[in-house]
Design a protein around this ligand. Structure first.
Ligand SMILES: C[S@@+](CC[C@H](N)C(=O)[O-])C[C@H]1O[C@@H](n2cnc3c(N)ncnc32)[C@H](O)[C@@H]1O
Length: 271
């Protein structure tokens, strides 16, 4: 399970972390990823779509437009703050076929086989038990229906590869974020194990989405996100790690490795 903090359960920490992200709806990085994600998910007119961890609606709102009046989108999220941003965007959109619900995506009670498409953009690693979640979502798909999610290579700068490699010298533990889906082979194996009949992994350069200036955002997020499991109890070592990271993130070696990295995965799996 991703990192825990004493006394506060993991899911409450995830909700707290996202409740505080009041600017998420303006994130160009996440908007760009959601746009590519939607190209590949390609919601069709009339489809019933479940958008897992819908956030501020980067996927759910355009999906509702694409499925049209004959279709329906349900967006679920664990964070009231993110859903409030989605609700504001929905009100502006004029759409009436998107239903936003506060729910844990690992504990949903929709009828079996009730969706044509299940989407999970930029959120799979937050699930406490990724295999169990994939199995549950599989049961919600109609036969032949598809699940679409995205993730990063396990050794990607986007999942804190640089931070992890520096943290060891400070004796700070950083969780291996997204390890289960960290290679295309692991994605295929996990999806086969969890019941999907076939899966495709589209692999793209990381720099299509994450540029040099985002490396600092990765650090800022990792130091707060429950996903990275960094214990905030040693301010001096964390400050040293932060300084080392910021210096390394400007180095030619790291910038070139970011340019070379092919670590953005978009995955389509079929029931
Ligand atoms: C990085 S955001 C992605 C939001 C949106 N899918 C997008 O593409 O912009 C991750 C989202 O996952 C949600 N989340 C994390 N764990 C969840 C869970 N167990 N159930 C529902 N939502 C969850 C968070 O609240 C947050 O809104």
């Amino acid at each position: 399970m991703p990192g825990t903090r004493m006394h506060v359960p993991y899911k409450a920490r995830v909700a707290e972390f996202f409740d505080a992200r009041s600017g998420y709806g303006r994130s160009e990085l996440h908007a760009r990823m959601a746009e590519r994600f939607l190209d590949l998910a390609a919601p069709q007119p009339g489809e019933r779509v479940l958008d897992i961890a819908t956030g501020t609606g980067f996927v759910a709102i355009p999906a509702a437009r694409l499925v049209g009046d004959g279709g329906q989108v349900v967006g679920v999220d664990i964070s009231e703050g993110m859903l409030a941003q989605a609700a504001a965007a929905l009100a502006e959109s004029g759409l009436d076929n998107l239903d936003l619900r506060l729910a844990d995506a690992e504990d949903l009670d929709f009828p079996a086989a009730s969706f044509d498409l299940v989407t999970c953009c930029n959120a799979l690693p937050y699930m406490a038990d990724v295999s169990a979640a994939l199995r549950r979502w599989h049961a919600l798909l109609r036969p032949g229906g598809r699940l679409v999610f995205n993730c990063w290579a396990g050794n990607s700068h986007a999942t804190g590869h640089l931070l992890r490699s520096l943290a060891g010298t400070q004796g700070i533990y950083v969780s291996p974020v997204g390890h289960d889906t960290g290679t295309p082979e692991r994605c295929h194996a996990l999806l086969a194990e969890t019941g999907y009949s076939r899966s495709d992994v589209i692999v793209e350069p990381t720099s299509n989405y994450l540029s040099a200036e985002h490396l600092n955002d990765v650090l800022a997020s990792a130091l707060k996100s429950p996903l990275f499991g960094i214990a905030a109890d040693d301010a001096i070592r964390i400050e040293a790690l932060r300084n080392e990271y910021l210096e390394a993130a400007r180095s030619t070696e790291v910038l070139e490795s970011l340019e070379r990295e092919v670590g953005a995965y978009f995955v389509v799996a079929y029931r």
